[in-house]
Design a protein around this ligand. Structure first.
Ligand code: NIG
Ligand code: FE
Length: 410
């Protein structure tokens, strides 16, 4: 089956020599082809180039006149399997409570864990599936999904089984992440090492036995898990073949970046609190620093020093952190806008941060994240828009008209 997208006003994010990620100055490079075609064969990108070089036939032709074609977004950090929204805490925060104060009272993650434990696997699946469908319609083609609203062996397994079903049934590229160490259940307060033992001795082996997780995650931060807890959990996960990918430096300069790098984390995420030592420690590593603009926006947190990291030669990725407590939106078009408006990334840097670099941060940048021959044909056709800069500029507006995943329109 061959599909030809023709008369594309501008084909954005093409790579002739595909990179696994872009770092430092490379982040400013975004190759495009004006008046272009894109040929898809059997779900993969077969060829692309200027219309003047378009020859051959296809089973299906799509005219993209006046429209841009771009690789779908990759969202490398989400928590979309949960039962309840948390708008009351949102109001508490407006009235002056901090995220940490709410968590200390047993709200926050524990609030969601309670509601999520009470929901059946089918109910959770239906809710998560709807969220997945919504973000797909907004242009996301690959997504990483974490557990972490279970916090008991049984509930964590239930969440991960939901993610497995999503993987089986969705055309999106999905990776699963075991985040048993997301919050400290009330009954373990004061002796959290016992909860860490439970994660290590019971949860990880069971999760691994069912092959439920690609990654292992820990919320390593002030008021949550310590650097020592994190090291123990990551070591245990690695033994079972799970790759580390952690939450670090949201509340404080927590040592999270260093422990993540030490254990070869594929990404360290959040990074609102970054000193020079953290930037230094990321240099020359395989770890992708990942910023979560929706969380900083929603909680009014300080902004990660994105520019400083890029100037230091690092790569930067930006993901949604879609979750009920700190970022109740998975709209990657909005993240693209925030990248430019709040972090002063150029549109080119922002595109790379939300496509190729997030693909790297979930271990799939050989398959997705750019328009390159042999990669999955995951792209969207925009509405008629003047330029790719319009994408981040017109924040809040849905600029995506048609979406193709694995070469098939969804
Ligand atoms: O990435 N920071 C930790 N975990 C989530 C929030 C979870 C919640 O509040 O429900 C995050 O922001
Ligand atoms: Fe998160």
């Amino acid at each position: 089956m061959r599909t030809l997208i023709k008369n594309i006003k501008e084909l954005v994010g093409v790579e002739t020599l595909p990179k696994l990620r872009k770092q430092g100055k490379e982040m400013a490079q975004l190759e495009t082809v004006k008046d272009a075609y894109l040929l898809v064969e059997d779900g993969k990108i077969k060829a692309f180039g200027p219309m003047s070089e378009c020859n051959g036939t296809a089973d299906k032709e799509v005219d993209a006149a006046g429209r841009l074609v771009m690789p779908t977004f990759c969202d490398s950090h989400t928590h979309i399997v949960y039962a309840n929204s948390r708008e009351h805490e949102f109001v508490d925060k407006i009235r002056g409570l901090s995220y940490e104060e709410i968590a200390k009272r047993g709200g926050g993650i524990l609030n969601s864990a309670k509601a999520t434990a009470a929901a059946t696997e089918d109910e959770l699946y239906d809710m998560a599936q709807r969220r997945l469908d919504d973000v797909m319609r907004l242009g996301t083609g690959a997504i990483e999904i974490k557990s972490g609203y279970g916090l008991s062996t049984e509930s964590e397994l239930k969440l991960l089984r939901v993610i497995r079903r999503l993987k089986e049934n969705s055309p999106m590229t999905i990776k699963s992440n075991f985040l048993g160490a997301h919050g400290i259940p009330m009954e373990y307060r004061g002796h959290q090492e016992d909860y860490v033992d439970l994660v290590i001795n019971e949860m990880i082996p069971k999760v691994a036995a069912e092959g439920l997780a690609d990654f292992i995650d820990v919320f390593c931060d002030q008021g949550f898990f310590t650097v020592e807890d994190t090291a123990r959990i990551l070591e245990a996960g690695i033994k079972y073949g799970m790759k580390p990918k952690i939450h670090a430096n949201e509340m404080a300069v927590s040592g999270g970046v260093q422990v993540g790098v030490k254990y070869g984390a594929i990404s360290v995420d959040h990074l609102e609190q970054m000193g020079d030592a953290e930037i230094e420690c990321l240099k020359g590593t395989e770890t992708m620093p990942t910023i979560l603009p929706g969380c900083a926006f929603f909680l009014n947190l300080p902004l990660s020093p994105a520019h400083k990291m890029i100037e230091a030669g690092l790569p930067v990725a930006m993901a949604s952190d879609y979750n009920p407590g700190t970022s109740p939106s998975g709209n990657m078009q909005l993240i693209l806008s925030m990248a430019c408006i709040r972090y002063r990334l150029t549109p080119e840097e922002a595109f790379n941060a939300t496509t190729l670099n997030t693909a790297y941060a979930m271990g799939v940048s050989r398959e997705v994240g750019s328009i390159a021959v042999g990669k999955k044909a995951n792209f969207y056709i925009s509405k008629p828009i003047p330029s790719y800069e319009y994408m981040p500029y017109a924040y809040g507006e849905n600029k995506v008209e048609r979406i193709f995943l694995n070469g098939i329109e969804i």
